[in-house]
Design a protein around this ligand. Structure first.
Ligand SMILES: NC(=O)N[C@@H](CC(=O)O)C(=O)O
Ligand SMILES: [Zn+2]
Ligand SMILES: [Zn+2]
Length: 349
């Protein structure tokens, strides 16, 4: 096959994105709103977005932070907790305020202290979500500290997700940022109402990248990077053409000093590099023809929204990732793969 030098795809959507708030929101949003038409915005602010008025107010702050000329729709989510009221979720969905509901097991990840203690605690909410076709987005890791950190996703599938799917077989579920062969198999063999997002880091790097020549805090995110066999299987599954995998960057900026710290935060700010990384991985897998479905078609299909009209073009041209990005009012944020050279860049007019 002759080498592709450019590829034009429908404008992508990011089905898992952290924009934060305040100055950080203003600084990081343009990296997403430039190249993506829509994104599912995560609700794990320092004060989690549980109630409709807070979700509406946050969406307004996101829209107000958009640079002139960027057309971008933030699709909002509610943060599920033990005290979530089913009728408020249904009302929010029916009024177009929220697109989905996010489940963080309590203490699983950044800003998840108010997460769900057990599925039974939120069962009435999940039942009405099933009834109304509202998607549940899941950070799928058990939090029991006796479970090895590399095993937490696989354990979650067996002990939480499969029983939940049995209990509510019609519930629409997106397993977020999948990392393991077990999750890849589950999605490939799973029903139409079960899908997954895949981040650039989890199909590009394995866990060696956490320790390459020293400790690499900017490769630390949750779920943690896994062994090469998991990365390879994930890459194969995602590039297979299975429609139930779609783009979700999990771009999760933290201030430099919070990453480069004795107890560093989990999360990679990958919005500036994600499309280049995905293109590089799909090319490696000889599957550039499947890239558009992953970035721009499978997600809209699952969420039952139209595919975007506009297109973007990626060029086979080196992209050198900046070493650091200055965010006004915040300071430095180090992007994922800082200083490295990727082989695809986005065509700018
Ligand atoms: N992925 C991460 O490591 N961090 C995310 C939270 C999350 O998606 O789990 C964040 O908000 O920083
Ligand atoms: Zn998560
Ligand atoms: Zn996330």
């Amino acid at each position: 096959m002759s080498e592709r030098l450019s590829i034009t795809i429908k404008k992508p959507d990011d089905w898992h994105l952290h924009l934060r708030d305040g100055e950080m929101l203003k600084g990081v949003l343009p990296y997403s709103s430039l190249d993506y038409a829509r994104a599912i915005i995560m609700p794990n602010l320092v004060k989690p977005l549980k109630r409709l008025p807070d979700i509406i107010a946050y969406q307004e702050r996101v829209l107000a932070a958009l640079p002139v000329g960027h057309r971008f729709t933030p699709l909002m989510t509610a943060y599920l907790s033990d005290d979530t009221v089913a009728s408020e979720i249904v009302e929010g969905y029916q009024h177009g305020i929220l697109k989905a509901v996010k489940l963080y097991p309590a203490h699983a990840t950044t800003n998840s202290a108010h997460g769900v203690s057990s599925i039974s605690a939120v069962l009435p909410v999940l039942e009405s979500m099933q009834k109304h076709g509202i998607a549940l987005l899941i950070h799928g890791e058990v939090t029991d500290s006796s479970v090895d950190v590399f095993e937490r996703e696989a354990r979650f599938l067996d002990t939480v997700l499969l029983p939940l799917m049995k209990l509510l077989p019609e519930l629409k579920i997106v397993l977020e940022h999948v990392t393991t062969t077990e999750a890849a198999d589950l999605i490939m063999d799973g029903p139409a109402n079960l899908a997954a997002t895949v981040t650039p880091q989890h199909i590009f790097l394995n866990r060696n990248a956490l320790f390459q020549g020293g400790l690499r805090p900017h490769n630390y995110c949750l779920p943690i990077l896994k062994k090469e066999q998991h990365r390879a299987r994930l890459m194969q599954a995602v590039t297979s053409g299975c429609q139930r995998f779609f783009l979700g960057t999990d771009s999760a900026p933290h201030e430099k000093h919070r990453k480069e710290s004795a107890c560093g935060c989990a999360g990679a700010f990958n919005a500036p590099v994600a499309l280049s990384v995905y293109a590089q991985v799909f090319e490696q897998a000889n599957a550039l023809d499947k890239l558009e479905a992953f970035t721009s078609i499978n997600g809209p299909k699952f969420y039952q929204v139209p595919v975007n009209d506009e297109s973007i073009t990626l060029l086979k041209k080196n992209y050198v990732v900046p070493n650091s990005i200055a965010i006004a009012g915040i300071g430095e944020v180090i992007p994922f793969l800082a200083g490295e050279t990727l082989s695809w860049s986005i065509k700018r007019e």
